[in-house]
Design a protein. Structure first.
Length: 401
């Protein structure tokens, strides 16, 4: 019964499509982000100083909170009486590996150098090499596709910096294996999803895929393609077609293929989709599908200006999708990170104009200990949240001090 309730709480396929009105924010013993943007913007110099400090403190937090036993980040420990649907061991292996890949990428992106950073980074890469081949729990939970996508991105970015490094051969072999695994986990509609309805027990997931999960994996595939890893053309084209098919006439992207039947539902319109639309456009763009500058502009302005308040009000709420337009807190920093990636593809003037907005959005989730988080999830939320934040903050175009 508990498992059924968790599935209802976490799977938007099964949840009430109306989505309940927002409940009081759950603090979980932590500081809670404000539900409105700052009343008065900081000066350009002040904002740049805040970002520099946030990058340094975020890197310090990741180093201090790396698991000493194996170099990974995150754990199954939770202060909450009820958590999201995640059985052991496979789902937690997936969360840990995906979180570790994000932290590795963040350490590389943040621009903070030193022996401690280098040791933490190398230990994280070694953890990914040792743990990347994660298994799904059953026919319902296959969170491991997230781990595959993020690990491929971390491996590809590592090889682009160190093509002849001591781990290069092992990383290439692991990347080839993960590409093969993704071929086996690709849904019948061409994309990848992380949950299937109870009762689906085919070897290859066959329920439905999610647009943003597929977009995330496509970015990982693009990174390894760039360093010479072969990816089957049919696998790529089917996945790209799946993401493209989820685009609505409004320019937003539905949650996934199944949700194409109800494009006007709250979670699919601009306010509900704002955090995933930049990721979807970015994945199409980097793999050769045309994305118009006006589409990027609208997607970024929707997230960072027009509809940011609907993303902020969902922060820290304990039940997924309970906020307005079905927005969940764990959309937030994901959306900020992919907005930052997308901003590298737009006109420099637009990037400069939007960078202060992205800085303010990310800093909403900053904690006194140097971490960032948007949604409490076992003990993965601070490392993955901090990683997303550093990925975003490291790509801003702010005035120099």
């Amino acid at each position: 019964m508990i498992a059924c309730l968790l599935a209802l709480a976490t799977n938007p396929v099964l949840a009430n499509p109306v989505f309940a009105n927002p409940a009081p924010t759950f603090a979980g013993g932590e500081e809670v982000a404000p539900t409105t943007p700052p009343a008065a913007p900081r000066t350009a110099v002040g904002r740049t100083r805040d970002v520099e400090q946030a990058l340094a403190e975020g890197v310090g937090w990741l180093i201090e909170n790396q698991n000493p036993r194996d170099g990974s980040w995150g754990s199954h420990h939770s202060p909450r009486p009820i958590e999201i649907f995640a059985d052991v061991p496979g789902s937690h292996d997936a969360f840990r590996v995906g979180t570790t890949a994000l932290c590795v990428m963040a350490l590389a992106d943040a621009g903070i150098e030193g022996e401690e950073v280098a040791r933490a980074y190398d230990a994280g890469i070694d953890a990914l090499l040792a743990q990347h081949d994660v298994k799904r729990v059953d026919g319902t939970e296959h969170y491991n596709v997230w781990a595959f996508g993020y690990t491929l991105q971390a491996f590809g970015e590592h090889l682009s910096r160190r093509p002849d490094g001591p781990r290069a051969e092992s990383i290439r072999a692991a990347s080839v294996h993960l590409v093969e695994k993704l071929g086996r986990y690709q849904d019948l509609d061409g994309g990848w999803g992380y949950l299937s309805l109870a009762g689906v027990r085919t070897y290859q997931p066959s329920f439905t895929s999610m647009s943003f999960t597929t977009a995330t994996i496509l970015v990982g595939l693009e990174r390894v393609i760039a360093v010479g890893v072969e990816v089957p053309e049919r696998l790529l084209e089917r996945a790209l077609d799946q993401v493209a098919s989820c685009r609505t006439p409004l320019g937003s992207f539905t949650y996934g293929k199944l949700w194409n039947r109800s494009p006007a539902a709250g979670i699919n319109v601009e306010k509900g989709a704002a955090c995933r639309t930049p990721a979807c456009y970015y994945s199409l763009d980097v793999l050769g599908r045309e994305v118009k500058p006006a589409d990027y502009k609208k997607a970024l302005e929707d997230l960072l200006i027009e509809h940011l308040r609907f993303q902020i009000v969902a922060l820290r709420r304990p039940i997924p999708h309970e906020s307005w337009y079905g927005v969940s807190g764990y959309f937030y920093l994901y959306g900020c990170a992919y907005a930052a990636y997308a901003m590298e593809r737009v006109d420099p003037a637009l990037r400069r104009r939007l960078s202060p907005h992205l800085a303010d959005a990310v800093l909403q989730t900053r904690q006194p200990d140097g971490s960032f988080w948007d949604y409490t999830m076992y003990s993965y939320h601070k490392p993955y949240g901090t990683a997303y934040a550093l990925i975003a903050l490291s790509r801003l175009d702010l005035p120099a001090r």
